[in-house]
Design a protein around this ligand. Sequence first.
Ligand code: NAD
Length: 349
Amino acid sequence: MKLLVTGGAGFIGSAVVRLAIARGHEVVNLDALTYAACLESVASVGSAIGYTFVQADICDRTALDTVFSMHKPDAVMHLAAESHVDRSIDGPGDFIETNITGTYNMLEAARKYWTDQDKPEGFRFHHISTDEVFGSLPSDPKVMFTEDTAYDPRSPYSASKAGSDHLVRAWQETYGLPVVLTNCSNNYGPFHFPEKLIPVIILNALASKPLPIYGDGSNIRDWLYVEDHADALLLVVQKGKIGRSYNIGGENERTNLELVKTLCGILDQKRPKPNGSYADQITFVTDRPGHDARYAIDPTRIRDELGWRPSVAVEEGLEKTVEWYLANEPWWRALQDRKGVGERLGKSV
Ligand code: NAD
C-alpha cells in the first residue's frame, strides 16, 4: 500500500514508518517537525525506495491538498498530535489547534481527495487515538475499557483527542468517509522522547539525578511495546472494518512505582552503580493535577476479530528499552536541549 503517515517523525509514527517500509509498503511521512520530532528516528529508512518525507503542518489545508494530490495515498494513518499530558496542562492551546483543528483539516483534505478519486473502495482514514479518552478506572482488575466505554476525558490532552475521535466518526456517518479508529494504552520502547516517564527514569538514573514519581506512584497504566503497537496499526489499516474502533493494549498493567522499580533493577544489572541501587534515587513529587488513577484495556475485540495479541511482555520490553538507551546516547543527548525537557511541567492548576 501507499500510506500517508502523519507524525512519522514522532515516537509511534516513526515505528510505524520503519515497520511499513520493512514490510514493503510505500510511505509518505508528513510531519511539521515540532519539538517532539526527530528525523533521526527514521534515518534507517531515509534512503529506502518508497520513502518520502514532507515537512508540513496538518493545520495548513493547502499543504495537505497538495500532498494528497501529488502522492495519491491508498490509506492515511493519522498520528500527528501534541501528545504530552503535562504540556497540555501548561498550554492547552496547541493541543486544541493540532489535535482538533488539525484532524478536521486532515478529514476535509482526505474527503476531497477521496471524492475526487471517485471514492476508491479500499481507501481508509485510520485515526490513531488513546485510551485516555475513556477517563479513569477503579482498581478492580475486572473493570477495563472496552470500545463501548463512554468517553470521559479528564486532561486537556485527552479531551482534545476525544474531540478528534468524535470528528472522525462524524465524517464517516455524515460523508461516508471510510474510517477506522484505534485507542491504545501507554507505549514505550526505543526512540521515546526524553520527557516521558520511562526515558526520564532511565536518563535521570544514569545522570545520578532524582527519579521523580508523581504522587504515591500507585497510578496504574497498561504498557505496550511500541513495535507491537506499530504491528497492530498496520493490521488495522489493512483489515479493520470500516467505522469500527479497536482498543489496543499490552496486557501488562503495572503501578508507576512497580514499573520504576523494575527499571531500576534492570539498570542495576546492566550498568551497576559503585554503591547501592538506582532505586535509592526514587523521589516522590507533587502529583499531576487530575492524574487518572488507572487505565486498562479489554483486548477482546482486536484479538477475536483480527487475531492480534501483543508479543512483548513488559519485563522483556523494558530490558530491550534500557539496552537501546544505553547504546544510543547520541540520539537522546541531542534532544535534551529542547525546550522544557528535563523540567517539571504540568504542575499548575
Ligand atoms: P509524539 O509527540 O512522539 O509525536 C508526534 C509527532 O507529530 C511529532 O513528530 C510532531 O512533530 C508531529 N506533529 C505535531 N503537531 C503537528 C502538526 N500540527 N502537523 C504535523 N505534524 C505534527 O507522539 P506519539 O507518542 O508518537 O503519539 C502518536 C499518536 O499516538 C498521537 O496521536 C497520540 O495521541 C497517540 N497515542 C500515543 C500513545 C503513547 O503512549 N505515546 C498512546 C496512545 C495513543
